[in-house]
Design a protein around this ligand. Structure first.
Ligand code: AMP
Ligand code: ZN
Length: 462
């Protein structure tokens, strides 16, 4: 039985998908705002997202997972204030907003690829779903949960009795602390913008029923999750910072539009700290994956470090900690390798016992630290057996630490090829073998050979 912690109920609950018949789990993950490079703190959120995916798959589920790319209209403060992050970055770097979005989206996929993080089935860009967002805003308005001012369209929080249910915030306190209004026409201090009338100088804006506008950040996720997953889906993920504003507001919007909470499970990953403090530009401690590589730390050592702490606990990054994670990872790989050609006879009962221990650990709200300790117990066995090796390979489907070797075995696949592989995977799922063969040829033209194995597509450089 898989149990997951649900922020909404503050309980570990048994996970049962909505679509039990087809065994498909629907997930929405808040993705990156592509105005600069994602740092290792952001990466913790995606390692968590990936682990959830792999635990679900290990349990035999198929996935229909959507992640958004916020390439528009996310202000420097979550609460509709400050400058637009994308436009600010474009101005600073003297580039167009579209160029900024393209560069950082590419960099993001590069980073997650190096951490063995799989891409969700659907990657959806905010700029390509503006019409769906406008329609969503109109739906909320028609239902009486939003009103128009000269600055935009606001969600009327006073209309929703349950507002605040996710963060369980003290609304009275929150109201008293609400900052000076950006819009004096707002009816209630906690009302938030869902559709913003664009000032002249704003670059990203679209014609709409309300004039030239751009969407609020929260509406992006509500409209896109509904578009791909329907009114209600299984799991919504994000960082803990999303609980009080972004996700609270997504729930409010869904209730305003459809009357329903959009997700059964709300899952949140805790923050990565640096030397027990915040990561910040002024402290010069905002590290990227490539900063680790400059110090000869391979990206998967960071993945290993993430696994030393449960996702709902804070994790502290220090250079000593990452170096020690790297040593452990290399040792675990070396020990695993020693079993590869081992011929000692091992009772099946023992294998089954370890397999069960591992399964129970990952199914207990993704207890990866415990699951890794099971892997260590096996790797350290005096008796060398291929049965142990095969079991560790099975565990590595969840852990994705390349336990079968080092980074040297891993082909670094360019984004362009990854995209073609994704398309081909989809074509095969849809049994469109003609398209699948065409894509194989295209991949070959670009210098890569793709093989279909029982573990999916495998690719190597020709
Ligand atoms: P952003 O691109 O700023 O929206 O952030 C992308 C994701 O990274 C969100 O899910 C955040 O909650 C998460 N995040 C940001 N900083 C950290 C951190 N220090 N540790 C863990 N997750 C973080
Ligand atoms: Zn979101």
């Amino acid at each position: 039985m898989l149990r997951l912690w649900n922020t909404l109920t503050r309980e570990k609950e048994e996970f049962v998908p909505i679509n039990m018949k087809d065994n498909v789990v629907t997930i929405y993950s808040c993705g990156p705002t592509v105005y600069n490079r994602a740092h290792i703190g952001n990466m913790r959120a995606y390692v968590f997202m990936d682990t959830l995916r792999k635990v679900l798959k290990y349990n035999g589920y198929k996935l229909n997972h959507v992640m958004n790319i916020t390439d528009v209209g996310h202000l420097t403060s979550d609460a509709d204030e400050g400058e637009d992050k994308m436009e600010k970055s474009a101005k600073e770097k003297n580039m167009s907003v579209y160029e900024i979005a393209r560069i950082y989206t590419e960099a993001f996929f590069n980073d997650i690829n190096r951490l063995n993080i799989e891409s969700p089935e659907h990657i959806v860009k905010a700029t390509e779903h503006i019409k769906e967002m406008e329609n969503y805003v109109i739906k909320i308005m028609n239902n009486g949960y939003a009103y128009e001012t000269s600055k935009g369209v606001y969600f009327d929080t006073s209309k929703l009795k349950s507002y605040g249910e996710l963060s369980r915030i003290d609304l009275e306190n929150q109201k008293a602390g609400a900052r000076i209004e950006v819009d004096p026409e707002k009816k209630n201090p906690l009302d938030f913008a869902i559709w913003i009338k664009s000032p002249k100088e704003h670059i990203m804006k679209w014609d709409s029923k309300f004039g030239k506008c751009y969407p609020g950040w929260h509406i992006e996720c509500s409209a896109m999750s509904r578009e791909y997953l329907g009114d209600v889906f299984d799991i919504h993920t994000g960082g803990v910072d999303h609980i009080p504003v972004h996700h609270e507001n997504e729930i409010a919007q869904s209730k305003g539009a459809t009357g329903k909470n959009p997700a059964h499970f709300w899952m949140h990953v805790e923050f990565l700290l640096i030397n027990n403090g915040k990561m910040s530009k002024s402290l010069g401690n905002v590290y990227l994956i490539e900063d680790l590589e400059k110090k000869r730390i391979e990206p998967l050592s960071y993945r290993y470090l993430c696994f030393t702490s449960h996702y709902r606990n804070k994790l502290n990054f220090t250079w000593e900690a990452i170096e020690s994670a790297q040593k452990s990872l290399h040792r675990l790989r070396n020990l695993t390798k020693l079993h590869e050609n081992g011929s000692e006879n091992i009772e099946q009962d023992e294998i089954d016992k370890y397999e069960l221990e591992f399964l129970e650990a990952i199914n207990d709200d993704l207890n990866i630290p415990l699951a890794i300790s099971v892997a260590w117990d096996i790797a350290k066995k005096e008796k060398k057996s291929n049965k142990y090796y095969e079991l560790l390979m099975k565990f590595d489907k969840v852990l994705s630490l390349n336990l079968n070797g080092g980074t040297e075995n891993k082909v670094v696949i360019p984004d362009e090829i990854s995209k073609l592989l994704e398309d081909r995977k989809l074509a095969r799922e849809n049994k469109d073998f003609e398209l699948s063969d065409k894509l194989r040829d295209k991949i070959k033209e670009k210098g890569y050979a793709v093989k279909d194995t029982k573990n999916g597509q495998e690719v190597e450089k020709i």
